[in-house]
Design a protein around this ligand. Structure first.
Ligand code: SF4
Length: 493
């Protein structure tokens, strides 16, 4: 018997993972770009077209500057298919992968978002490791590695349900729609909706994540495929139903709630019908490579889509310019839906910083900045590279700050900038305090960071990306999303 083993060094796997982490963070897959572009060309709502344009421009800036599309460079999900004739020399596979993740996040200034212990200390591991690794043994002498960085805005809104066989296709469709509606604007639509059906509870969830790796078909191709393929027919049906929700790009209405739906299936028990829905935002990032013992990892990232298609085309002429701090009159005059360019000082704070602010208030300690008349921007930027003021710095999901917001508004905070809707209590508190909630384009981290003219950490540096920064912004584009009378523009607030 001949020895046809392939020997692949673990260091090659580390380098491949490092390359893929950077590529996935910075280069939107071409099919995703084309899918969003297709929505843009058909969108009739002016507001939604504005968001889609920002999303496309942002992807182009990211590709050109080779900086992350979105500041949330995610938890790193790695799929590995290992040929059964491959022998890995050196470190064990898990260490090789994690070393690649840690190297990329450090070397390329990606945001490290993984905490050590999910329940207790929630301390940042500072390496973005461990990755979530799924391995599969397949035929052959090569290794296929796919990296999918997953932000929490969309992951948090994903769901699993154990349907009964008698529930059938209608309940499958209902569950997907319910999940998409429940996510509303929080998952940064337009979405890629991954659906896993069959297997067991945990396997359906894995299938739904794998479905996000499918190539995205233009609608005309999907319609054609649906005529002869029942899975494609169901994908088409769900896709069209999702567009009918009118949640729209960033939750502001229109016809662009999703750019793709993909289903993966597996046999299951006679008594079961597990289903999982994994939502991915418009920053639907993933990258893959197949390596063997002779592979040389590229040192440059390449973009397939045409850069500069939309660059410099965003028209801000209909935006109202406002200087910070906002006067009470400015706030009262703003109506939900008004587009605004803000100039002046704002402060950043997200989950961990809010917790610390509230703890400081409880123990009568001084806050790191005066809340009165200020605006808090919910963001956790990527670290700045040498020539940058700040790394990509788009908004994070505002809903997570709802628990703290009414107390801060009662103490004089005048506004917040985030993404997605707010709960009833926050809405009532905004009304009571004559405040304002703005939305910035979720996932447009590169574009937004260009509007930030200075950034200084003023508190909690130990929180890394969650530290409080004082920012000076210039013509920072936002939409008034809950006005001082409690009116909101969200289709599904
Ligand atoms: S685009 Fe939105 S949901 Fe996606 S990673 Fe960025 S902030 Fe999170």
């Amino acid at each position: 018997m001949t020895n046809n083993l392939s020997y692949i060094k673990s260091s090659l796997i580390t380098d491949a993972v490092c390359f893929l982490c950077r590529k996935a963070a910075c280069i939107l897959p071409e099919d995703v770009y084309i899918g969003i572009n297709e929505l843009y060309s058909k969108e009739t709502s002016e507001t939604a077209r504005g968001f889609l344009e920002e999303i496309l421009v942002n992807a182009e800036i990211a590709a050109e500057t080779q900086r992350p599309i979105c500041q949330d460079t995610g938890i790193t999900v790695v799929f590995i298919e290992i040929g059964q004739n491959v022998f890995i020399e050196g470190e064990d596979l898990e260490s090789a992968v994690n070393n690649g993740v840690a190297k990329a996040y450090q070397q390329f200034f990606l945001r490290k978002s993984v905490v050590e212990n999910p329940i207790f200390n929630r301390k940042n591991t500072q390496t973005n490791t461990p990755a979530v690794i799924h391995t599969q043994i397949v035929h052959g002498n090569s290794v296929k590695i796919t990296v999918l960085p997953k932000g929490s805005g969309s992951e948090n809104m994903s769901a699993v349900k154990m349907l009964k066989p008698s529930d059938g296709i209608d309940e499958i469709v209902n569950f997907v729609l319910e999940t998409v509606k429940n996510a509303g604007a929080n998952s940064c639509p337009p979405l890629h909706v991954g659906i896993g059906i069959g297997g067991t509870m945990e396997y359906a969830a894995l299938l739904s994540k794998k479905a996000l790796l499918n190539k995205i078909m233009p609608l005309s191709e999907l319609k054609k495929a649906a005529k002869t393929d029942e899975k494609k027919e169901l994908e088409l049906r769900i896709f069209l139903e999702i567009q009918k929700t009118k949640i729209g790009a960033e939750g502001f209405g229109g016809n662009s709630t999703a750019f793709a739906v993909n289903i993966e299936t597996y046999p299951c028990h006679i008594a079961g019908l597990p289903i999982a829905v994994n939502l991915n935002c418009h920053a639907a990032r993933h990258a893959e490579i197949i390596i063997d013992e002779n592979t040389i990892i590229p040192d440059k990232l390449q973009t397939k889509f045409e850069i500069s298609k939309y660059r410099n085309k965003i028209d801000y002429s209909k935006y109202k310019k406002l200087t910070l701090p906002l006067e009470n009159k400015d706030i009262i005059d703003l109506k939900a839906g008004d587009r605004v360019l803000l100039t002046g000082e704002i402060y950043t704070a997200r989950d961990a910083a809010h917790k610390k602010l509230i703890e400081a208030l409880k123990s009568n300690k001084e806050l790191p900045f005066e809340l009165k008349n200020q605006i808090i921007y919910y963001t956790g930027p990527c670290p700045a590279m040498a020539d940058e003021i700040i790394g990509p710095a788009g908004p994070t999901t505002a809903l997570r700050m709802d628990k703290y917001t009414p107390q801060l508004l009662d103490l004089g905070l005048k506004g917040m900038i985030g993404k997605g809707g707010r709960g009833y209590e926050v809405l009532e508190s905004i009304k009571k305090n004559k405040a304002i909630y703005f939305v910035a384009t979720g996932g447009a981290g590169c574009l937004i960071s260009q509007k930030i003219k200075s950034a200084d950490i003023i508190a909690y540096p130990e929180l890394g990306p969650e530290a409080i920064y004082k920012l000076v912004v210039e013509d920072f584009p936002v939409i008034a999303s809950i006005d001082s009378e409690g009116n909101t523009v969200f289709v599904n607030p």
